[in-house]
Design a protein. Structure first.
Length: 154
């Protein structure tokens, strides 16, 4: 949390939002308690690419993948049809990491979600999976989504 921002009832706080209801999950009615879903970061990605193309961000600002992420991308990444938005000549790969109790502190890179059941001992109730897109050519990387296994596996 940035300095000067307090948790709770300050301006811009979500503390007063407890009474706001939306969709079929209103008041935990239809469908019961809200289930974990997928959080997408597509808009943030588009904004970052746009800022790079406008010259407000440099290549070193956006092509900053750590060596371990590049290694995992080369060995476990799932190839995509998407061209890198920065170098525009390499295909992006998607890498999934699982974080949660009993998993390595740096996350567990996964080749598939089935692998999570074997390595996490079947207990994936408190696990979060992070999908990162990576360009192994220029080191562009961006968090695409976060999800709970079993909610919207993908």
């Amino acid at each position: 949390m940035p300095d000067g921002q307090a948790r709770g009832g300050g301006q811009g706080s979500l503390a007063g939002m407890s009474s706001v209801r939306s969709g079929s999950q209103s008041s935990w009615g239809v469908g019961g308690l809200p289930r974990p879903g997928r959080i997408e970061y597509r808009l943030m990605r588009e904004s970052t690419v746009k800022e790079f193309r406008r010259g407000r961000l440099g290549r070193t600002d956006v092509c900053d993948a750590q060596p371990e992420l590049l290694r995992v991308a080369k060995n476990l990444g799932r190839e995509t049809e998407t061209e890198c938005p920065i170098c525009e000549h390499e295909q992006l790969v998607h890498v999934t990491f699982a974080f949660g109790p009993g998993l390595p502190p740096g996350g567990l890179p996964l080749a598939s979600l089935r692998e999570l059941g074997r390595k996490a001992g079947g207990g994936s109730a408190d696990v979060a999976c992070y999908v990162v897109e990576v360009c192994t050519g220029c080191a562009w990387n961006h968090l695409l989504s976060v999800f709970a296994p079993g909610a919207n596996d993908g």
